[in-house]
Design a binder for this molecule. Structure first.
Ligand code: IPM
Ligand code: MN
Length: 354
């Protein structure tokens, strides 16, 4: 029997609750398809930080490298200044494990409310491949004369050709495997960012011409892309973009697919250990109330299995989520309005995959 070792980081607030349901569903689907998952849980997050001052020791990163994947609930604690845990846990893991792809499927399931007028599931079904470790996130830059009237701050967008190439290659391969419109849209701002943008444009074209003649090449400026997400989301198939633009457009993308209750993300190292998470935060006010929506975490679990190569397990989870929503058994994605509790949503999807 195929088996995988999964590191769990339940994290803060409602993180443990949603992760429990993600694990429940992934287990049920794996049992059905003859796959075994072994888990080990890590208590990184706000509580541990408050207790011990430790955020994420380097030894933990070494530990993570022994696993096949990491499955995370949520990070963020009301008593901890915003940014400390996000940067110290999420960003640190992304960089240390070289998770250079942020994969964000944007899919509107049936009966899910979108703020887009006259748009339904047939219009919103695309994937954003965000470069996840480069660009302005590398932190290059600094400040001089801080606090004086003359202070100067810089933060540099840096991209090497190999970093652009590995991301664009992943995106082309993904577009081919997805096998839908077979179109890869590069999103950038090459009319202004004439150095970085130009590098992305050339890599996208050179690689496409040489290795992916079956994939249509397309380009949008990032500002225009945000308009098209709202006006004509059905235009897109797969988008590839640099780190900061990807961060921004994937929040817009999350809301058009119904919001944080359903948006899942993967921090992927195709040759190493990847980490999967719901896009939503720790929602502390809902902690322990059995009202938070676990679907985003369940979908992240599906993406984890897909990335591990267990496509049947992943497809089963996607179908089950689709069915639970299509049949209106889950009434809304909003916390407390699902018509059932967090655990009951997990039970329902687990039953549907079994
Ligand atoms: C995301 C988040 C992170 C990012 C933050 C929490 C560091 O916004 O995953 O999109 O900016 O990448
Ligand atoms: Mn973000």
């Amino acid at each position: 029997m195929k088996s995988y070792n999964i590191a769990l980081i339940p994290g803060d607030g409602t993180g443990p609750e949603v992760l429990a349901e993600g694990v429940k569903v992934v287990n049920a689907a794996c049992v059905k398809h003859g796959v075994k998952l072994n888990y080990q849980s890590f208590d990184f997050g706000g509580e541990r930080y408050k207790r011990t001052g430790e955020i994420l020791p380097d030894s933990a990163l070494e530990e993570f490298k022994k696993f096949d994947a990491i499955f995370l609930g949520a990070i963020g604690h009301p008593d901890v200044k915003p940014g400390i845990l996000e940067v110290g846990i999420l960003l640190k893991t992304r960089f240390a494990l070289d998770q250079y792809i942020n994969l964000r499927p944007v899919k509107l399931y049936p009966n899910v409310e979108t703020p887009l007028k006259d748009k339904g599931p047939e219009h919103v079904d695309f994937v954003v491949v965000r470069e996840n470790t480069g660009g302005i996130y590398t932190g290059i830059g600094g400040v001089t004369q801080k606090g004086t009237p003359l202070e100067v701050a810089t933060q540099v967008m840096q991209y090497s050709r190999p970093v652009v190439e590995r991301c664009v290659k992943f995106a082309y391969d993904y577009t081919r495997r997805r096998n839908k419109k077979k179109m890869l849209t590069l999103v950038h701002k090459c009319n202004v960012l004439t150095h970085c943008g130009d590098l992305w444009v050339r890599v996208h074209k050179e690689m496409g011409d040489a290795l992916y003649p079956d994939i249509k090449q397309d380009y949008n400026h990032v500002d225009a892309c945000t308009m098209w997400f709202v006006k004509q989301p059905e235009y897109y198939d797969v988008i590839v973009t640099e780190n900061l633009f990807g961060d921004i457009i994937t929040d817009l993308a999350a809301i058009i697919q119904g919001g944080l209750g359903i948006a899942a993300g993967g921090n992927i190292n195709p040759e190493g250990v990847s980490m999967f998470e719901p896009m939503g935060g720790s929602a502390p006010k809902y902690t322990g109330k059995n009202v938070i929506n676990p679907l985003a975490t369940i979908c992240a679990g599906g993406m984890m299995m897909d990335t591990l190569g267990e496509t049947k397990v992943a497809d089963a989870i996607d179908k089950a989520v689709h069915e639970a929503l299509a049949s209106k058994q889950i009434k809304s994605l909003a916390a407390g309005k699902m018509g059932m509790g967090t655990r009951e949503v997990g039970d329902l999807i687990a039953k549907l995959v079994s």
